[in-house]
Design a protein around this ligand. Structure first.
Ligand SMILES: Cc1cc2nc3c(=O)[nH]c(=O)nc-3n(C[C@H](O)[C@H](O)[C@H](O)COP(=O)(O)OP(=O)(O)OC[C@H]3O[C@@H](n4cnc5c(N)ncnc54)[C@H](O)[C@@H]3O)c2cc1C
Length: 490
């Protein structure tokens, strides 16, 4: 019997994950990707001897990657070598001093104690609670496709809902344990950078703090793109066929209203089933058109995760006062969050993040040089241009120089920026979002854009705008969940 044909749209983490599972389940899988390489938001480029990861830089939740590869009898170390970072990262607070966040729990508790008496003990309690949420959330909740409320109707889960703090805000939860602003900022930054304000985020997401503080920050030697390379090698070994430079523009339907062909400009691909992992809004409004799931009003009312302004820099010297990951929280945290999520305007005094992966890895920069990545979270839907990019480059560079006490700008020998308009042009991103849909209470599980089409029976979705949400580990899970729905029905 000939194999059923599955077409996956998009070769980001979600698409590659879906493709691997579909191939393992016996489908003949073709992945159609708009860009010239796999990885999506995690692509890389090389210039002047520097190798830049274009998107994700924090390798969190190593257990999710292990589980993904284990599903194919593989291990991450079959494809890339991980290193745990110590310190995990460094934070510049409003006193202008850098604080290294230790990877060792005892040292971390001591650090907390320096800010607030008794907070070391409280951190242990906070993380015990977060560990419980992580276990239920990551091992159970995120694997539910969210197509029916009945998925959440078990007695066990009802009992857990209270303990999982689904209906309490992260903001309130953190303040039940801590009051020092620096400690609160440390706990809130993962939800702020990846989705929404702490006020709008369910306290369930303290599971991110467990991931950060207990499971640690890791780095795949060679860069984050090594994960992409590994997944592509795995997918190809399972028989997946990748077709690059192939943007999907249209579907053709059979008499039952199912997709039977997926078209890219002049070429079309036969399909028994389709998983769309390109930005959901694009597929819904521009490819499905009248068969779309959601109206413009629906999309406009979604809370998207932020966009960001990025600079990839090659520096012709080593910079002493930087760690691998550096958070610049020396300005008003709440104000910047308000400007992103409530006012949707360019920030007046931004927080930003600097990654210097060449601190850990000498293969991604020429000898004696530093590879830097500057990231400033910004609201979606803003128009960006050279002038505004330059304005913020200067703001970040001046602060970076002042706080590290190093001359950097005159040592920049390579510079490239990336912002909202690039996210739209390169990934068909809705309003230039970088990280998909925010993890707010009103956009959790069944309340996210549905993982399956309501009008086209053989169409499913994956990726950071559907369940379970933004981030590399959730995208891997998203591909698995979509593929498991397909497996059940085909
Ligand atoms: C700057 C930045 C930093 C980040 N940092 C982190 C981090 O440190 N840690 C972390 O865990 N996560 C991080 N993230 C989030 C993480 O990168 C994403 O959640 C994840 O990569 C999304 O994967 P995806 O497959 O859903 O989407 P994508 O990676 O966007 O993949 C979708 C693919 O679909 C393709 N496509 C679009 N339209 C079409 C079409 N018409 N036809 C064919 N293909 C199409 C796109 O080209 C793309 O390759 C970051 C993201 C960004 C942008």
């Amino acid at each position: 019997m000939s194999k059923k044909k599955a077409v996956v749209i998009g070769a980001g983490f979600a698409g590659m994950s879906a493709a691997c599972y579909l191939a393992k389940d016996g489908f003949e899988v073709t992945v159609l990707e708009k860009n010239e390489m796999a990885g999506g938001r995690a692509r890389k480029f090389e210039a002047e001897g520097f190798v830049f990861d274009m998107g994700p830089s924090w390798y969190w939740m190593p257990d999710i990657f292990e589980k993904f590869f284990a599903d194919f009898n593989k291990k991450p170390s079959d494809y890339y070598q991980l290193k745990r970072l110590s310190p995990s990262y460094s934070v510049y607070f409003d006193d202008g001093k850098a604080v290294n966040i230790p990877s060792d729990m005892k040292e971390l508790k001591n650090l907390f104690e320096q800010y607030e008496k008794g907070s070391g003990e409280k951190l242990e309690q906070f993380l015990n609670d977060a560990a419980y949420k992580y276990n239920v959330g990551i091992n159970d909740l995120v694997h539910r496709p969210g197509v029916s409320i009945m998925e959440f109707a078990s007695i066990d889960l009802m009992r857990d809902v209270m303990r999982l703090n689904v209906f309490k805000s992260f903001y309130k939860h953190a303040r039940e344990y801590f009051s020092h602003p620096h400690l609160l900022q440390l706990l809130e930054f993962p939800v702020l950078f990846l989705g929404a304000t702490a006020q709008n985020t369910p306290a369930l997401y303290s599971l991110m703090n467990y991931a950060d503080m207990q499971l640690g920050t890791w780095y795949p030697m060679g860069g984050m793109f090594e994960i992409v390379k590994g997944m592509k090698v795995l997918a190809e070994s399972l028989g997946v066929n990748f077709v690059f430079n192939s943007a999907v523009t249209n579907f053709e339907y059979n008499n039952n209203g199912n997709i039977n062909y997926v078209s890219c400009n002049s070429k079309k691909y036969e399909a028994d089933v389709v998983i769309g992992s390109a930005d959901y809004n694009f597929l819904d409004t521009k490819v499905l058109k009248e068969k779309r799931n959601y109206s413009d009003k629906y999309w406009n009312s979604r809370t998207m995760a932020p966009s960001c302004l990025l600079f990839y820099l090659g520096v012709d010297k080593k910079i002493n006062n930087l760690e691998h990951h550096n958070l610049f929280f020396d300005k008003d945290f709440t104000k910047h969050a308000f400007e992103i999520y409530e006012e949707a305007k360019w920030p007046s005094d931004p927080l930003f993040y600097v990654c210097a992966p060449s601190k850990t890895d000498n293969t991604i920069a020429p000898d004696g040089k530093e590879n830097l990545f500057l990231l400033m979270p910004v609201a979606i839907g803003l128009e960006d241009n050279e002038e505004v990019r330059e304005k913020y480059y200067k703001v970040m560079m001046e602060r970076l120089e002042a706080l590290t006490g190093e001359k950097i700008s005159e040592h920049v020998i390579y510079k490239k920026s990336f912002a909202q308009s690039n996210f739209i042009a390169d990934y068909n991103s809705y309003k230039g979002n970088a990280y998909g849909l925010a993890n707010t209470l009103k956009q959790t599980a069944i309340l996210k854009p549905s993982i399956r089409s309501k009008k086209v029976k053989n169409l499913f979705f994956a990726g950071q705008l559907t369940v379970p949400g933004p981030g590399v580990p959730p995208s891997l899970i998203s591909g698995k969940v979509a593929a498991s729905l397909v497996k059940k029905e085909y």
